[in-house]
Design a protein around this ligand. Structure first.
Ligand SMILES: Nc1ncnc2c1ncn2[C@@H]1O[C@H](COP(=O)(O)OP(=O)(O)OP(=O)(O)O)[C@@H](O)[C@H]1O
Ligand SMILES: CC(C)(CO)[C@@H](O)C(=O)[O-]
Ligand code: BAL
Length: 304
């Protein structure tokens, strides 16, 4: 009896150990072999694409995937083709060791972290028709950005073939763009948009927040404040008036430059003139604080 209990205990320890194992895969081939081995035993695979420098926002996507799928793959790849500003690419934070530790703690099964040459062995052409979505807001202010995003996300979808892929609402326009790409290529997967995780003062968590000076960090709180104020003001004012009020609040900081602030139909991202014009309405903004560019958004009206 004692022997049996002992064997059971050893088995439990081994099982816990193997569950906690994070497989680190650096090449397409390692990823393909790993998935080939695992897939027959699994109900579903969840993919969480990231550029690393993981924070609680990323971890919330990972926890949701771990909960909903038999296997979760996180990718960390700072994709050069989506950076329209080379300085932004150069200084993008890359704290690999602490990222790996965080992934271990979430129960993520595999980390795919390829080198640039592994993903782009040679120069390649990529262009898909994203329509208006590419000509407004992020698309307008970061030319080529969504071509780079769709290029890498399509490659990741092809390599991992997940049943579900998880993205954050903080990059809401990106979520719509990826939805458009999935429909264009008829990719059989479910896209899941997870809520934005925020700091105590409301600032959306972002890998780029580390670049803010203490003074900029303080003023950055005005961005969520303007969005939450807009949602409140929508109860009594029309969209144009709300927009002006939010812009006024951001203008109160000499450090902030507003790139855009729009109140839009949450499906098309076209500006609305009345609250009745769309079922779902969202306020989206991008600001610059010194060298750092921050984006955020908040639903003002949601039909369900
Ligand atoms: N605060 C957040 N809450 C929830 N999801 C987030 C948050 N920040 C980022 N994400 C999501 O995590 C995924 C990976 O994002 P990414 O690696 O670019 O991090 P990031 O913090 O958004 O970086 P940056 O803001 O510098 O672009 C994306 O789907 C993104 O929307
Ligand atoms: C989706 C993504 C990982 C593609 O590089 C990136 O755009 C991001 O982190 O949001
Ligand atoms: N989180 C969106 C990726 C980017 O800013 O390039």
């Amino acid at each position: 009896m004692q022997i049996l209990t002992g064997i059971k205990r050893i088995f439990t320890i081994f099982a816990a150990y193997f569950q906690a194992v994070l497989h680190i895969l650096k090449t397409r081939q390692q990823l393909a072999l790993f998935l080939q081995e695992q897939r027959p035993h699994l109900s579903s695979v969840g993919l969480v694409p990231t550029m690393g420098a993981l924070h609680k926002g990323h971890l919330s996507l990972l926890s949701r995937s771990v909960e909903e799928n038999g296997l979760t793959v996180c990718s960390i790849f700072v994709n050069p083709t989506q950076f329209n500003d080379p300085a932004d690419l150069d200084r993008y934070p890359r704290p690999v060791e602490s990222d790996i530790e965080k992934l271990r703690q979430t129960g993520c099964d595999a980390l795919f972290m390829p080198a640039v040459g592994e993903i782009y062995p040679e120069e390649e052409k990529w262009h898909i028709e994203l329509g208006e979505l590419e000509r407004i807001m992020e698309g307008k202010h970061r030319p080529g950005h969504y071509q780079g995003v769709t290029q890498i996300v399509k490659k990741l979808f092809d390599l991992v073939e997940p049943q579900r892929a998880y993205f954050g609402q903080k990059d809401y326009q990106q979520f719509l763009v990826i939805g458009k790409m999935v429909r264009l290529f008829s990719i059989p997967l479910e896209l899941i948009c997870c809520p934005t995780e925020r700091e105590p003062d409301g600032l959306a968590m972002s890998s780029r927040n580390v670049h803010l000076s203490p003074r900029e960090r303080e003023e950055a709180g005005l961005l969520p404040e303007a969005l939450f104020m807009a949602r409140e003001a929508a109860q009594t004012l029309n969209p144009d008036e709300v927009r002006s009020k939010a812009l006024e609040l951001l203008a109160s900081s000499p450090l902030i430059t507003v790139e855009y602030l729009e109140i839009a139909d949450a499906r098309s991202l076209q500006p609305v003139k009345t609250w009745e014009q769309a079922g779902d309405i969202i306020v989206l903004a991008a600001i610059r604080l010194g060298q750092t560019r921050l984006i955020d958004n908040l639903f003002i009206k949601q039909s369900q």
